[in-house]
Design a protein around this ligand. Sequence first.
Ligand code: OAD
Length: 233
Amino acid sequence: MKRLVIFSGAGMSAESGLKTFRDSGGLWEEYNIEEVATPEAWKDDPERVLNFYNLRRNQVLSASPNAAHRALVRLEELFHVDVITQNIDDLHERAGSSNVLHLHGEVMKARPENDPSQVFPISGDLNLGDLSEKGVQLRPHVVWFGEEVPAMARAIEVMRRANLVLIVGTSLNVYPAASLIHYAPKHIQCFVVDPDEVQAPELKNLRFIQAKASEGVPLLVDELMAQPVLKQG
Ligand code: OAD
């Protein structure tokens, strides 16, 4: 089976009602990154950070996968599909995607602030005073600006083995995540679905589909599934 890698960002979940970050009206207009999404913010005002992610978690809980999430699942009939997402929501999983790698963590999980390996699922708010068994404050299992991206090494390996790449709803502004596209083999066919122009000059064989995810992705999926030459090998 050909290996198809999907690289998704906030635009993928926009039509599920979750805000993007850098569009007009996006989250980084409403909030200061330095106040809610850095280790320093956690040190200065953990309650503010917890509240920011509690709000994100509640919005994820009331959101559902959209037509784009669902369409991507169909590709698994014909391709080995890996989803690499920058999103902290679980909408790819809830749509039914089998292999999902979260570069920036998962808001539906928590961990003690001193131990990144003790990750467990949560469904409600995290508050100051919520402690691990060893008495350590819990934090959301997300990556903050200034922190390492532990899933990057695995994502690079996945990208290196890709036969096709589909990029959906990311401005490719945040590193190291955005650098992933450099690791895609040079000759392969890449697609970008985004309503706004996205700069990716390193992708030589790129087709840009200017559309919202819920429109562009299902059409592209139909097209890919109808091309036997892409499925072989
Ligand atoms: P951005 O907000 O930077 O970019 C969102 C992209 O989605 C833009 O290219 C939009 O044009 C596009 N978009 C908007 N609506 C869309 C729709 N309906 N369908 C498809 N695309 C649409 O979000 P990301 O690139 O995901 O990191 O941001 C990357 C990282 O920056 C996030 O993971 C987060 C953020 O700060 C951390 O918090 C560490």
